[in-house]
Write a protein that binds this ligand. Sequence first.
Ligand SMILES: [Ca+2]
Ligand SMILES: [Ca+2]
Ligand SMILES: [Ca+2]
Length: 265
Amino acid sequence: MATKNPLGTALIDDLPPEEVPSGNSGYAPPPVSYAPPPRRNFIQAFLQQHIIVLYLMSFVGFVIACSAMSKVNGIAANRNGNGPKPGPDGRGKGGGGGKQSHWLDRCQYMGEALYGDPVYEYNGHHYQIVGGNWAQITWRQAEMDAWGRCYGGVPGYLATVDDAAENAFLLGKMLAHQGFASGNAGWIGANDMTNEGTFEWLDGFKGGSVFYRDGQPVAGAYSNFAEGEPDENGEEDCVEMYATGQWNDDSCYKRRQFFFVEYDA
Ligand SMILES: [Ca+2]
Ligand SMILES: [Ca+2]
Ligand SMILES: [Ca+2]
């Protein structure tokens, strides 16, 4: 029990220990907070921890995008005839100047892509006669369709007619086609898009051999224009074969019933 000193105040020994004044008189410890530390936003934490990985992923994505764009531009350049030139074997062009490898790779991946049309063999090459009286096909549509076909591991192309025998073979197949009707015509690979009046073949992979210029056939080359043709009547840069077997230059965007696909296989 507390004893009193003569002044009547409590003796130090009798004070509760917690009430003993410390050396820092008046010091009050800061209140201790037991609230959990503020939680960092999850995304913020993720970004901080994985920032390097994210930078790397962005860079890889950028490289892939650049590569894809360069491919697209390469294809466009090829289509404009500004792309890589044909190899020493002369292969490497087609489709108005396109690079063959894309189409070749596609055919080697796809195998055959004949779209139901029969295949005929003539003189070491194979052919399809595509269309019917009901069809309405521009030269450009025919050209692209031909490139999308595959036989023997190679893509097709709008036919190059090298001589009268090949012309007669193709004509015969068109006339015999079950969809043929009088007056129908079919697109062949001849055109004078590059230089007006200078007609050349798409030639599949071989690239644009000229067979007619300055109003007459190139020496040694075959052509079979009808009387008065080619006449560039309006703007006519693509060549069709009439049901007579004779040829006419006509608008590439007129529609015809047939087109002739040739395979170098
Ligand atoms: Ca041919
Ligand atoms: Ca023309
Ligand atoms: Ca014409």
